[in-house]
Design a protein. Structure first.
Length: 282
């Protein structure tokens, strides 16, 4: 997807609207022009197209002009693109998902093939038994729950990081609502509010919303609203990225630690009976 092309489209439409064209005329003009691929052959993504569709469904040309002016001013590519740190985190989460699958397979193989052998030996040599050995059937179930939870969590977090633009443009889906803390959802909601601001300008004269009241105050001062909203968007997008990455990092550390401890526990259960058996035989 090309945010550069999206920004250009917004500037193109805005220029034609300022010259007196209608929204449909502006849209048809770009479709018939080679400039629709000015920044490469990539088509607009579904998220980018949905933003433009919102503009074309506005009934007021002035609202459309304000919205396009804002969209053209926002550096979406810089705000929403995956940074180097984000790519590293996505790679870590992918590795965590792989480790979770390995852990589930490892403990299942142990439970099916190794544990019955040790159980038979323990029946012959009671000295092989230990408190942890007696708990292994329950530990297997708990381990599967940990592995499955870690796998689902790592995949879901990776999806949220890679598709951060969806959380900004669209309302959070059910997975995001269940997975993410309220502070992250609140920041995403603020970004959605900023994007929608120009199209509701005429309906915020009588408002109890703090943000709308602040924008009204800016308007009374004849402040450049689009420029300020673009800076606000970039500020909150940065906060969203930092908060999401911090949350994902902490979740990764916690889940990775749980899986590593589980693997270590089972490795001990493999070697402990072997060492005890050697002592008994001697």
């Amino acid at each position: 997807m090309s945010w550069a092309q999206f920004n250009f489209n917004c500037r193109y439409y805005l220029n034609l609207l300022n010259q007196g064209s209608t929204l449909q005329q502006a849209k048809q003009s770009l479709e018939c022009s080679s400039l629709a691929k000015l920044y490469g052959e990539q088509s607009l993504s579904g998220i980018q197209q949905s933003l433009l569709d919102k503009v074309f469904h506005l009934s007021s040309i002035k609202d459309a002009q304000r919205t396009l002016n804002l969209y053209a001013s926002i550096d979406f590519a810089g705000c929403l693109a995956l940074s180097g740190a984000a790519k590293d985190l996505v790679a870590k989460l992918s590795y965590l998902a792989s480790i979770s699958i390995f852990f589930a397979a490892f403990i299942t193989l142990y439970q099916v093939y190794v544990f019955p052998v040790f159980a038979d030996l323990a029946a012959q040599y009671p000295a092989l038994k230990s408190d942890s050995f007696e708990l292994l059937p329950s530990a297997w179930v708990a381990g599967l729950i940990v592995a499955l939870s870690t796998l689902v969590m790592s995949i879901a977090l990776k999806h949220q990081i890679k598709n951060i633009d969806r959380a900004v443009v669209n309302s959070p889906n059910r997975i995001a609502i269940l997975l993410l803390p309220k502070r992250i959802l609140a920041t995403a909601s603020k970004l959605q509010q900023i994007i929608a601001t120009p199209s509701v300008q005429g309906r915020r004269a009588e408002t109890t919303d703090k943000f709308d009241a602040q924008l009204n105050e800016l308007a009374q001062l004849r402040h450049d609203e689009s420029a300020e909203l673009a800076l606000l968007f970039e500020y909150h997008a940065q906060q969203l990225t930092l908060t999401l990455h911090d949350y994902a990092n902490r979740a990764h550390q916690l889940l990775y630690g749980a899986v590593v401890l589980g693997i270590g526990f089972y490795i001990v259960q493999i070697y402990d009976p072997i060492f005890k058996l050697g002592e008994v035989i001697q």
